[in-house]
Write a protein that binds this ligand. Structure first.
Ligand code: FMN
Length: 235
């Protein structure tokens, strides 16, 4: 397959300054709702989304990995790394995800709390790029989320030294079994090395694909007085 020959024209819709909410978090939630098929805007978009929802209903399918996002972190020397996680919350304070604090991303965030986060919703021809400072969630918030996880995932959090090298899969499964035994008949507590991070944004960009690569891009930059400055960027 020649990757260079794979080409896509972005023509679904546009993004105008007047479409934007003054608050980037509200704008993000609007795009999330639209990506989930839960909210529409514009007649054509409405029609497409209704059709999309009908198809989803008919097939029993849900939009896949709607909340998947790519956080990029960097170590002290500025060497970057990136991977996919699932967003578990967003509000005025920022974007929340959960992971192992001793993983590669955890170690990098301990050295350098600056991170970026990217969402890509291909159905919507949309991208959201976010940057800001990351901090650990208060332990009570991580506890509350951990309690909602399936038991198998809770045990996995104990069993997997995330990002470390392991000998083989059998080792991992044996670790998991050992944890299953250790916590038999009781609630699985949250490991102290596992929990949430919140990225507090100082910069959020909304990207809408357009024909001829003349894409619409708007970025929100946090000002000293906490207000958001909105500017159009060249594609
Ligand atoms: C769709 C998807 C969702 C994922 N969600 C998470 C997540 O929420 N938390 C997590 O720690 N890893 C998640 N992972 C695994 C990460 O991509 C990654 O392998 C892991 O966190 C270790 O990353 P690191 O070694 O860079 O720290 C997910 C992977 C995929 C493909």
């Amino acid at each position: 397959m020649a990757f260079a020959d794979l080409r896509r024209e972005y023509s679904l819709t546009g993004l105008r300054r007047r479409d934007l909410d003054a608050n980037p978090i509200a704008q993000f939630q609007k795009w999330c709702d639209q990506a989930a098929g839960a909210r529409a805007s514009g007649r054509v978009r409405k029609f497409c989304i209704r059709l999309y929802k009908a198809l989803l209903l008919a097939t029993g399918a849900e939009p896949l990995d709607l909340t998947a996002a790519t956080p990029a972190t960097a170590d002290k020397q500025g060497r970057p790394s990136a991977r996919v996680v699932l967003l578990k919350g967003v509000d005025e304070r920022g974007f929340v995800f959960f992971t192992n604090y001793e993983s590669r991303k955890g170690q990098e965030l301990a050295e350098n709390p600056q991170a970026a986060l990217v969402f890509y919703w291909s159905d919507q021809e949309r991208q959201v790029c976010i940057a800001g400072e990351v901090s650990k969630l208060p332990p009570e918030e991580s506890d509350a989320y951990f309690q909602t996880r399936p038991r198998g995932s809770q045990l996995e959090a104990w069993a997997s030294p995330q990002s470390g090298v392991i000998a083989d899969r059998a080792t991992l499964e044996a670790n998991w079994k050992a944890m299953e035994g250790r916590y038999a008949g009781q609630e699985v507590p949250r490991p102290p090395f596992w929990g949430g991070y919140r990225l507090s944004p100082t910069w959020i960009e909304f990207w809408q694909g357009r024909p001829n690569r003349l894409h619409d891009r708007f970025c929100y930059t946090r000002q000293a007085d906490k207000r958001w400055l909105i500017e159009r960027l060249s594609p």
